[in-house]
Design a protein around this ligand. Sequence first.
Ligand code: RIB
Ligand code: CA
Length: 314
Amino acid sequence: MPGLPLILDCDPGVDDAVALLLALAAPEALDVLAITTVAGNVGGGLTSRNACLIRELAGRPEVPVFAGQDRPLVREPVIADHFHGPGGLGDLPAAAPARGPETTPAVDYMIRALRERPAGEVTLALTGPMTNLAEAIRRAPDIVPRIRQVVAMGGARREGGNITASAEYNIHADPHAADIVVRAGLDLVLLGLDVTHQVTATEARRERISRLASPQARAVSQLLAFSARTEARLGTGGAPPLHDPCVVLWLLAPEIFDLRPCHLAIETGSALTLGHTAVEFRTGERHPANARWGVSADSDAAFARIVALLERYG
Ligand code: RIB
Ligand code: CA
């Protein structure tokens, strides 16, 4: 029984890299059709290079990488290399991948794949700004009913913002793209800071991963150690949240998370609150439900699943 057909759209990025290694470790559960990349944490050339490096590290060189949009739909780019390092993969050795991305742009690939695959078969996992999907919807609205589900890391309600006081990075980095996605009528699951701040790489958990011997687990250990140092220097000083891995964990074990239906709207007009996710749980005629919002996570179960996935690498 092949796994869930999945396109993973990302901006590697330290936590995107961990998410990719987890997704690529379970081919019987997740049939990763392709990795599409977008400019976000670092520039588009680096995010596509990093995705190629991670697929090789995962021993999955056959998974194609398609480079996507190199800037947001409207606003000026805002990168997050202060959290991910200048190359985007923390202090992992910078290298050139054996094979780079395909020549087809990611948006063209997304449209083609969704039109060619049976309607309702392909799931999209988004762990970066939503630029690629929004551009695909703009160019080819017919793909919307063909998408099985979109599971994205983004937004914040209870937790407040991590890039501004009121906005989470992925949504703030391209709010106009997020606005298109939330208005499209998709089956949309949004895992924002309200849940990812509950799934943190504590010192004990990092130590557990450091005891795994595979090159993949050692890379994750190094990436998490980098994040822990960065979080101590620039963040809350606590353990680094495992933002993007939560998307893969939801796909593999949705029972780890509690979701609530909501009406989700994106701020695109205010400079002060650009990218704010207005999450309204009092849905109804005035505020029809257009998404399911992550409200809590079982962090011990999440971490146990992460270790089990990494142990698959040997
Ligand atoms: O706010 C966290 C998100 O922003 C994650 O996807 C991280 O990779 C950064 O892109
Ligand atoms: Ca990301």
